[in-house]
Design a protein around this ligand. Structure first.
Ligand SMILES: Cc1ncc(COP(=O)(O)O)c(C=O)c1O
Length: 439
């Protein structure tokens, strides 16, 4: 029964840090094969490089990976973050750190080059997409925001008279978008809780199952492999919102998902100064449909945003490591504080989500949650904390906390989603405990 397939199960012996190597190999091979893939959006086909591409590449670098990089499959997350998408051939005098290509217009020739106008394609996006695609293990299509990416997936998969299934406890704007835009078109939008149980036959007639695991803000999880099997048995695609985990924390495509979507506004870009999103898929035809949808819809990333996100991605491995250390220290300290209840962080072995998360995630991150006695108590906590900013995003350098009830999430008024930043662990824990003492 689907209910049982999707509810928490025991997964003995899973080591989150240890599951990566085979995936690294697969992803790098796939990513290497994807280097050089370009968008010639109007016709939907890939075109060979035209002569005028050479000018773009002279400033941005060759789109082919150096042979040594392509052949190197046993490389770690840090190396992949630092080098992904940086494929310049090292010609003397060419920049090691090329800037964004801001031009919307490109020199044309008789043959249409890869880049001919700023809405169908831009070399700065291509570099970012190569980097993210390599990490995701698929072809990446970047969008102007996480919601632009999710919107493209919903519009591309929804069918009048059919159904799509979404998390009832995930990011609220996904539900709002589906109800506002798909309900009127005769698409049934069904909602299920991330950890289950799910009603029998909830996938009947569905064209898309979108799960968000870990969910925001609840940090509940579902088993991606099982969700993929259930979706495929029903004839639906499975998309996973991987925002909280990031491509380093979880590879949904390797677990059977058809699409992985994310808000790169969060940890991937990581500095709170970029709005961006992406969809990755291992199905080239689906990737092409997404690129065409992006070109038609126009929800394209700005080159400056893509460049900043690519720069931020370079330190994702480092940032996640510090954030996870900080989150674990905070979670353990919070559990000992009388004001904080229901402390949840996926890495804690007794967290209800831990068994399923450990079986499918590669590493933990900096997002935790806890509950204070009231909304006013959260206000006092935030006012007293020196290093915690009251802000509604997560995954950034600075620690932030969000009172989720204010956004209409069905959560207790005192629920705090806390995003541990990259501060020194001792400073952050001391500060948070001191602020909690004033609650
Ligand atoms: C899980 C999740 N998905 C998608 C989004 C939407 O992303 P964006 O704000 O980049 O549009 C968010 C934003 O908070 C999110 O938390």
């Amino acid at each position: 029964m689907l209910v049982h397939m999707l509810s928490a199960r025991a997964y003995p012996g899973a080591s989150v840090q240890g599951v990566g190597r085979v995936h690294v190999l697969l992803a790098v091979c796939t990513g290497a094969a994807l280097f050089g893939r370009h968008i010639a959006a109007t016709g939907g086909s890939e075109r060979p490089a035209g002569p005028s591409d050479r000018r773009v590449r002279a400033t941005y670098g060759s789109i082919r990976p150096p042979a040594a990089y392509a052949a190197s499959v046993e490389i770690g997350d840090g190396t992949r973050c630092v080098h992904g998408g940086h494929t310049a051939d090292g010609a003397p005098g060419s920049p090691l750190h090329p800037g964004p290509v801001l031009s919307t217009t490109f020199h044309l020739d008789d043959a249409l080059p890869d880049y001919f106008y700023g809405r169908p394609g831009n070399p700065t996006w291509t570099a970012l997409e190569e980097a993210i695609g390599t990490l995701d293990g698929g072809e990446c299509v970047s969008f102007a925001s996480g919601m632009a990416a999710i919107g493209a997936v919903l519009r591309l998969t929804a069918r009048s008279g059919g159904a799509i299934v979404l998390p009832s406890d995930g990011y609220y704007v996904t539900r709002a978008l589906a109800h506002a835009e798909l309900d009127p078109l005769g698409v049934e939008v069904r909602e299920v809780p991330t950890p289950g149980p799910w009603p029998d036959r909830v996938l009947d007639g569905a064209t898309l199952l979108l799960v968000e695991t870990p969910s925001n803000p609840g940090l509940d999880v579902c088993d991606i492999r099982t969700a993929a099997a259930a979706a495929h048995a029903a004839g639906a695609l499975l998309a996973v919102d991987n925002t909280t985990a990031t491509p380093l924390g979880q590879r949904p495509l390797a677990l059977g998902a058809d699409l992985t979507v994310a808000s790169d506004t969060k940890a991937l870009a990581g500095h709170g100064d970029v709005l961006l999103g992406h969809v990755s898929t291992a199905d080239p035809a689906l990737a092409q449909r997404l690129r065409e949808a992006r070109t038609r819809g126009g929800a394209v990333p700005g080159p400056m945003e893509a460049w900043l996100a690519h720069r931020g991605l370079g330190t994702l491995d480092l940032r996640l490591s510090r954030q996870a250390v900080n989150a674990e220290a905070l979670a353990r300290a919070l559990r000992g504080h009388p004001a904080a209840g229901d402390v949840r962080w996926l890495g804690l072995p007794d967290d209800p989500s831990h068994p399923v998360a450990a079986a499918q995630m590669r590493r933990w991150n900096g997002v935790l949650r806890f509950t204070l006695p009231s909304s006013e108590a959260v206000g006092r906590f935030l006012a007293a904390s020196r290093y915690t900013a009251s802000a509604t995003s997560f995954g950034g350098l600075r620690s932030t906390a969000d009172r989720r009830e204010r956004w209409g999430d069905a959560v207790s008024p005192g629920l705090v989603r806390f995003s541990a930043g990259c501060e020194d662990t001792g400073d952050l824990v001391d500060d948070v405990l001191r602020a909690l003492d004033r609650v």
